[in-house]
Design a protein around this ligand. Structure first.
Ligand code: IVH
Length: 671
């Protein structure tokens, strides 16, 4: 056997093993044996570069960079589909199709609508030549270098297949591959992708096909065109594609089906409306197509979409899944929030396994039982909520969910005040999540903006028992901070610098940072306006408080009882000793326009300003603040510990570097 004959033989065998493994899911050799054959082929190919072939199985791993994707006109436009969301519209569509085709004896192919990116694969001479994205429907980008890395896509067609063939399909991420990709990104400190479709689309357009190969895209074919072997029906085309090694929606698992009436179509849609949650891939509906090609042609198309097909879209925002348990979270004010733990389910592209149930009344209203199938809805909030229970699916002898009696963290008996919906853990003093929550609130960017101390550090300090209140953070001092395990010199300096910077955070934000129940940012501002120093606020009567805009009886009560608590009085005294602002600053008279027309990016920690404070100062003097460095930036105002990427970018764009001292001199600041 000549080297070329062996190369050819290995390529055929490996293509077939790939198909068995990825498409048929019936491997006939071990992974090790596959690797051995692949290695042999790779060695032969590198010894004989004259036999290189972009469609060799060795090319699946990617390689080489593509600078610009070639734009290529589609052979036939890539159309979209008309959508419908209701059975009534489906009936109308079926009726219209009967009229257009002049028969009521239509067969329908119904199949899952995969939520990914459309692709058109061109085979010529039996090998993959191009892979075009949809683009504007008339022409698309040729991303074949990336598509070659997708394991299920045949690079070479088997004997019996037409030499020239166009296959259309959807490129997707299976849920498990999407999760693996995001896990890898988060471990490398990169942002996670929000949903599989965007990730698939971004991946297809990457310039480095080696990275594409590692991400493991998949494809499902849903259309085929061949002048050599025209197909009489869509279902026949799909059968042929499956035989030639393309991944198609399996009929055996009802991913596709042939239906003879609107009733059969509705049966299929109803089945997938609930079952699709369990699919390994995101779907957003079902595509319904007239099966026979000759009837399709008779019906024709509008400018945008064929008249013989339609997408039935599922309501994307809801899913039904079993309730496993209910856990209880303790907030900084001691409020207890019940959280439902669910069997993971996909809702509009994200995986959901927790839902909030608000409070005890909500649990009672839903009459929640463990094991119940619950409807989960994703609204505007980040955490989805349970909207209903499917009583028909309640397991036998299911146990009713009863609200916790004790705090899950400190064991204290929970309380529920008259007229309030929420339960509370009354153990303000030593319940760990309350302590942590209060300190995290205090250091938050919108409160004291102490960004040199992270949440993990707060957790450790509280767990060690070194810190119980915000004032303890200031008390730690250089020695205290340096005793903290794994806290290096640099971290100590950052923590101390940002604590120091917090002493100039204005009074209204200090009021907010104290974490008085019901005193949010807005109320804190109003209070600061009404009482120019904290002593006045502390001494205010309920009546005085009720005179403040936005303050009602509940807020007034919360404020008076907060100031009446000796522990809080002690905390205030200690914070004042550390120099925090407890009175309104004199109105600033030093505004100017010396920074007029200049754009600043602020980075790092400052000695005389908090992060927001320095931004305020820039604006007070007529300058503009931008969040990232661009060619339009004039100055990078750099404090301690400027981010290296900002620094590099500023240097490469020639942006002027400004220190805090230079800035203060410029605006004539003496603070
Ligand atoms: S058939 C004439 N079948 O949905 C259009 N499309 O809006 C024929 N899609 O961009 C399309 N799964 O990429 C068809 N089983 C399926 C599909 C499917 C997903 C996508 C397709 C197209 C969009 C239609």
């Amino acid at each position: 056997m000549t080297p070329f004959e062996r190369i050819d033989q290995l390529r055929r065998e490996l293509h077939e093993h790939n198909r068995r493994y990825y498409v048929a899911d019936q491997p006939s050799i071990s992974d090790a044996e596959f690797d051995r054959l692949l290695r042999e082929l790779r060695d032969l190919e590198s010894a004989h570069p004259e036999y290189a072939d972009p469609n060799s199985p060795t090319q699946r791993v990617g390689g080489g960079l593509v600078k610009n994707f070639e734009q290529v006109a589609h052979r036939r436009p890539m159309l979209s589909l008309a959508n419908t969301y209701s059975f009534d519209e489906l009936d109308e569509f079926v009726q219209r199709a009967h009229d257009l085709a002049a028969t009521t004896a239509l067969e329908w192919s119904a199949e899952l609508k995969f939520d990914g990116v459309a692709i058109s694969l061109w085979y010529a001479g039996g090998t993959l030549q191009r892979a075009l994205t949809r683009g504007d429907g008339i022409q698309g980008d040729d991303v074949v270098a990336n598509v070659r890395t997708i394991q299920g896509i045949p690079l070479v067609l088997p004997p019996g297949a037409p030499h020239d063939l166009e296959v259309r399909g959807e490129i997707v991420f299976l849920h498990r591959d999407f999760e693996a990709l995001n896990a890898r990104r988060s471990s490398e400190g990169q942002d996670e992708f929000a949903n599989p479709r965007n990730a698939a689309s971004g991946t297809l357009k990457m310039q480095d096909s080696t990275e594409v190969a590692q991400r493991r895209l998949s494809m499902f074919a849903y259309g085929a065109y061949s002048d050599e072997q025209p197909f009489a029906a869509h279902s026949q085309a799909m059968d042929a594609l499956a035989q030639w090694g393309f991944p198609v929606a399996p009929r055996a698992e009802r991913w596709s089906a042939l239906c003879r009436s609107a009733a059969e179509l509705k049966d299929y849609l109803t089945y997938w409306d609930s079952e699709r949650q369990r699919l390994p891939v995101a779907t957003d509906g079902v595509v319904i197509k007239v099966d026979r090609v000759e009837q399709q042609q008779r019906m024709g198309m509008t400018a945008k979409s064929p008249r013989w097909a339609m997408a039935y879209k599922f309501n994307a925002e809801q899913a039904c899944t079993p309730l496993r348990e209910v856990i209880y979270q303790v907030g900084r004010t001691g409020a207890i929030t019940p959280v439902a733990v669910l069997d993971p389910v996909w809702i509009s592209g994200t995986q959901v396994q927790r839902a909030s149930v608000h409070n005890a009344d909500q649990i009672a209203k839903l009459d929640l039982h463990f094991g119940d199938w619950v409807w989960v809805e994703k609204g505007g909030e980040i955490i989805p909520k349970i909207t209903a229970v499917d009583l028909a699916r309640r397991p036998n002898a299911a146990l009713r969910v009863t609200f916790a009696t004790n705090c899950p963290d400190c064991g204290t008996l929970l309380e529920r005040r008259d007229g309030e919906a929420q339960h509370f853990c009354p153990n303000r003093g030593t319940c760990p999540p309350q302590i942590k929550g209060r300190i995290e609130h205090f250091i938050h960017r919108r409160a004291m903006d102490i960004d040199g101390i992270g949440t993990e550090t707060v957790d450790r300090l509280v767990d060690l028992g070194w810190v119980h209140t915000p004032a303890d953070l200031y008390d730690l001092g250089p020695e205290g901070w340096s005793r903290l395990d794994k806290f290096k010199e640099k971290s100590v300096a950052n923590a101390l610098a940002s604590l120091e910077a917090s002493t100039i955070v204005p009074y209204e934000r200090v009021l907010f940072a104290l974490g008085i129940r019901h005193v949010g940012e807005t109320v804190a501002k109003k209070l600061a306006k009404a009482f120019d120093r904290i002593e006045a606020l502390a001494a205010a009567s309920t009546e005085d408080l009720l005179n403040v805009p936005d303050v009602g009886p509940q807020i007034a009560e919360s404020i008076t009882s907060w100031f009446a608590d000796p522990a809080n009085q002690d905390e205030l005294r200690r914070l004042a000793e550390h120099g925090l602002q407890f009175e309104r600053a004199a109105p600033t008279s030093d505004a100017s326009d010396v920074l007029q027309g200049k754009s600043f990016v602020v980075s790092g920690v400052f000695t005389h300003f908090s992060r927001d404070g320095i931004k305020d100062a820039i604006e007070q003097h007529g300058g503009r603040v931008a969040s990232s460095v661009s060619s339009k930036t004039n100055y990078l105002l750099a404090g301690e510990g400027v981010g290296p990427s900002k620094r590099a970018k500023a240097e490469s764009l020639g942006v002027t570097w400004l220190t805090e001292e230079e800035f203060r001199a410029w605006i004539g600041s003496t603070n």
